[in-house]
Design a protein around this ligand. Structure first.
Ligand code: FEO
Ligand code: CA
Ligand code: CA
Ligand code: CA
Length: 573
């Protein structure tokens, strides 16, 4: 259905749309409330180190507190606990605002500042519980844990141990320190958490000269922006000293939240790119199928299809994500498409083409995808699978660099506001062909949007179907005005059956809204507010936002919030 076409028909959306807002607050529909649960610096257990609002916590304290830039997350109910009232929450910490992370910002950079920044990246695993009055709180928990940029992780799958993954500190090529730029996420059917390494290029220093045109490093964005200052105190981030360290990032990482001593696993069969999220479903043969996007201008949609059944792999002590076929999508002009296998030895992927083996195909996934003729998209961000139909929806957030090369799947020049693509595999996640359609074009009427003008939004990023089939859309980037009014980033809900779409939440200035999960009963919805105020200005970090503390001596903080209905009903219903 076309969004907006179904006004008045009974549907899944039971709330009135909220108005656009630029206020320094979280706006929700009447009858809804929210609570700030887990802001940056909050200890992961109540007995942990308290947050210092002047950012005076040490690196060692930061390693036991919430990291920065909350992104994808998932709620895992605790077995034996009361339904919808206790669980483990895994939260990604994508990046850091260095200006806010340290009392004096980036001044006099030091090894301690690098260490604190490393500790503010990664993942938090916390145990949360709901009171009788519907308030959530963190509890002392044997599961509580931080995974940071210094946590030991293991490389698994076809690229494990490859020479391109070996470094001075790790001649085996299987032991990596940490995970970074943990963008979005996905749960597996076997109750583990996938966290995706996205914008890896901004952590590695190549040197004064940029990589050569056409080089692998250039294709992976190295040198395209000023990197974090980590390389000034740690040689592993200086590519002149350690050229392979960056090959050890850009993977999907699996964490078992129920085993606090477990080692995070980098699953190389899923390819190496700027991974946004990873959505796992069970294929018809019982295998794992994973949908993924590579968030860069003109990059691609991907899918992994496991080689063996999930339960069989587990029975043999193997991961269902270590063996299988990685595919990249080609979307043809007639609304059909193909998943193109990235298999070593196939045309374009031979030794003569520069790929010595399958490990190189995976380490340099982007070059392999270029070689087979995938369709360059307008920055693929999250994907999600529709309950019942199995259709896969992908956000293409925007792409102002697209000029002449418009096509049916990326139909706008200088695409400022983005769009959402729907892929229909006929209910077979293992299929090698599909039909596709543009589900919606975001933006205002002047930009050709297919969304009603009063619900105009831009830069769709987070995307998630809840259990009842509501499609939640979260934004990160330029928003169109509505009747001349500016608006902050927001979250909307759509009912794909009726075409209805309504603005549900608006965040504080200069934040993005990202990360969404709920209790199984749908009555508590967790959402992340990332980088409110976006670090402010060097003169005043509180210049555009001071959410959520509003302390004159504090600073804005990324945070997980919990949204509930005052009548206790299903959120959105
Ligand atoms: Fe981390 Fe593409 O967003
Ligand atoms: Ca972000
Ligand atoms: Ca994103
Ligand atoms: Ca984004």
């Amino acid at each position: 259905a076309t969004p907006g076409a179904g006004h008045g028909r009974p549907g899944l959306l039971g709330f009135p749309a909220v108005q656009p807002s630029v206020a320094d607050t979280v706006v929700l529909p009447p009858g809804y409330q929210h609570q700030v649960l887990f802001p940056w610096g909050h200890p992961i257990v109540p007995s942990g180190p308290a947050f210092a609002e002047d950012a005076g916590n040490s690196a060692a304290e930061q390693a036991h507190q919430a990291g920065d830039h909350h992104d994808g997350m998932w709620f895992f109910p605790l077995k034996g606990g009361p339904s919808g009232r206790s669980g483990l929450l895994c939260v990604n910490h994508e990046a850091t605002s260095e200006q806010l992370l340290h009392t004096d910002g980036r001044a006099d950079w030091s090894p301690e500042k690098t260490a604190k920044s490393l500790a503010a990246h990664g993942v938090s695993i916390i145990e949360v519980e709901r009171d009788r009055d519907a308030r959530w709180h963190l509890v002392e928990s044997k599961f509580a844990r931080r995974v940071t940029m210094t946590t030991s992780a293991e490389v698994t799958g076809p690229a494990a141990g490859h020479p391109l993954l070996r470094t001075h500190a790790d001649p085996t090529g299987v032991r990596v320190l940490g995970t970074l730029n943990n963008c979005a996420s996905g749960p597996t059917p076997w109750d583990t958490y996938l966290t995706c390494e996205e914008t890896i290029n901004k952590y590695f220093y190549f040197g004064e000269e940029p990589p050569a045109a056409g080089s692998v490093e250039e294709r992976y964005g190295i040198g395209s922006e000023e990197p974090y200052p980590w390389h000034t105190t740690e040689a592993r981030f200086d590519m002149r000293e350690e050229p392979n360290e960056y090959n050890r990032f850009g993977w999907v990482v699996e964490i078992d939240p129920f085993d606090p001593t477990s080692t995070p696993k980098k699953r190389t069969a899923l390819g190496r790119m700027e991974h946004e999220n990873a959505v796992v479903v069970r294929g018809r043969r019982g295998e794992a199928v994973v949908y993924m996007g590579d968030d860069t201008q003109f990059d691609y949609f991907y899918k992994f299809v496991g080689a063996e059944r999930i339960h069989k792999a587990h029975k043999r002590g193997r991961s269902p994500l270590d063996k299988g076929t990685l595919y990249v999508a080609r979307l043809d002009e007639d609304g059909t498409g193909s998943w193109l296998p990235l298999v070593h030895g196939e045309p374009g992927l031979t030794a003569a083409d520069g790929f010595a083996d399958q490990a190189e195909v995976l380490i340099r996934t982007r070059l392999a995808a270029d070689a087979v003729g995938a369709t360059p998209m307008d920055r693929p961000e999250w994907c999600t699978v529709q309950p019942g139909t199995g259709a896969v929806f992908f956000t293409c957030t925007n792409n102002t660099a697209r000029t002449e090369s418009v096509n049916a799947a990326n139909p706008r020049r200088e695409n400022r506001f983005g769009h959402i693509i729907k892929i229909d595999e006929g209910g077979d996640p293992g299929a090698e062909t599909f039909d596709w359609d543009v589900f919606l074009l975001a933006g205002d009427q002047a930009s050709g949007a297919t969304v009603p003008p009063d619900q105009a939004f831009g830069s769709p990023d987070g995307l998630w179907f809840d259990a009842e089939g509501r499609l939640w859309i979260q934004t990160d980037g330029t928003q169109p005005t509505v009747d001349g009014a500016e608006q902050n980033n927001q979250m909307l809900a759509a009912d794909p059956r009726t075409g209805d779409i309504r603005r549900f939440l608006v965040g504080p200035p200069r934040c993005e809204i990202t990360g969404i999960t709920s209790t199984p009963d749908g009555r508590s919805l967790f959402v992340n507010i990332q980088h409110p105020g976006d670090s402010g200005t060097p003169q005043d970090p509180r210049a555009s936002s001071n959410w959520p503390d509003f302390s004159a001596t504090g600073r804005p903080r990324s945070a997980t919030i919990v949204i509930t209905r005052e009548d206790g009903g299903v959120v959105g219903g």
